[in-house]
Design a protein around this ligand. Structure first.
Ligand SMILES: NCc1[nH]cc(CCC(=O)O)c1CC(=O)O
Length: 315
């Protein structure tokens, strides 16, 4: 492919994880297009500025992505690299997903002070996580734990674990591994116990809709299997109309030529949990995600979602 006659500008947040992910994308693009010049532009998002409020309370969508999308639509950057998990299911007009990259470990992990797993935490132990999805699913197995809100980028959360004397911290495996902290992980929480967030572990590249030159450039980074799993999960989330305010988890995988999608919707106290699975056609991942969402709604997710929204509004 012929190079563009100008540097291609890649936009990113400036957290250590975002930079790691962006440099990963940049290295792949440089390998693929040695003739092409690239630049990286750092952009702060609202989510990087508000660090002391739980995500569920801030509650608006696109907290980590909006400023990047604005810069892209203004032509300041040509693409934005995001954690797929942070990218809302409905993109602003003029924006499109150019590639969903190969997925890292999608699980949640525990980093504990005593080096043990969830089972080994002392009774009433204090564990940090701000995610309602994690809280609800962990409470189901350890209702005695005190799950405390903790926010900020990964470095900040590790620091807060020390400062607040927490017994443990729950994080996404992907981020911890990317920052080179895999040896701190004391347990990989099985997905049977805790379904990950939609898109967790996958990096996405957002581009301008209709920008064919940039679209062709990034298409080579799309990973077919990761992409169709994440598309099914996003279709589920879109159908349930949940953002990070609502405890929703989902995971797609390919098995024996079929697309298997798991999904969970939980109440805030973790007492009511709807979890189910569908089998779908890998040729139409959205159909499987939508079908699973409807199945969950019928099984009680509708009531849970109404209640979660009322409770979050009151806080
Ligand atoms: N919500 C912040 C966020 N967005 C993406 C990741 C981890 C990397 C990934 O899931 O791809 C994290 C940190 C975490 O949840 O522990």
């Amino acid at each position: 492919m012929s190079a563009l006659q100008r540097p291609v500008v890649i936009g990113t947040r400036d957290s250590a994880l975002a930079l790691w992910q962006t440099h990963w994308v940049l290295e792949r693009l440089k390998e693929l297009y040695p003739e092409q010049a690239f630049e990286v532009k750092h952009i702060k998002t609202k989510g990087d500025k508000i660090l002391d409020v739980a995500l569920a309370k801030i509650g608006d969508k696109g907290l980590f992505t909006k400023e990047l999308e604005v810069a892209m639509l203004n032509g300041e950057i040509d693409m934005a690299v995001h954690s797929m998990k942070d990218l809302p299911t409905l993109l602003p007009e003029g924006c499109a997903i150019g590639a969903i990259c190969v997925r890292e470990d999608c699980r949640d992990i525990l980093i504990s002070r005593n080096g043990g797993g969830l089972e080994e935490l002392p009774r009433g132990a204090k564990v940090g996580t701000a995610s309602l999805r994690r809280k609800a699913q962990i409470w189901k197995v350890r209702p005695d734990l005190e799950l405390v809100d903790i926010r900020g980028n990964l470095q900040t959360r590790m620091r807060k674990m020390e400062e607040q004397n927490l017994d443990g911290l729950i994080l996404a495996a992907a981020g911890v591994k990317r920052l080179g902290w895999a040896e701190k992980i004391t347990e990989y929480i099985p997905v049977d116990m805790c379904l990950p967030a939609v898109g967790q572990g996958s990096v996405g590249i957002e581009i301008r809709e209709g920008d064919e030159a940039i679209g062709r450039l990034v298409a080579a980074l799309n990973h077919a299997e990761s992409a169709l799993c994440v598309r099914a999960e996003r279709a589920l989330l879109r159908t349930l109309e949940g953002g990070c305010q609502v405890p929703i988890g989902s995971l797609g995988r390919l098995s024996g030529g079929k697309l298997i999608v798991d999904g969970v919707v939980a109440s805030l106290d973790g007492r009511t949990i709807c979890r189910d699975r569908v089998e779908g056609d890998p040729a139409d991942p959205e159909e499987a995600g939508v079908r699973l969402a409807k199945k969950l709604l019928q099984q009680g997710a509708r009531e849970i979602l109404i209640q979660v929204r009322q409770e979050t509004d009151l806080r």
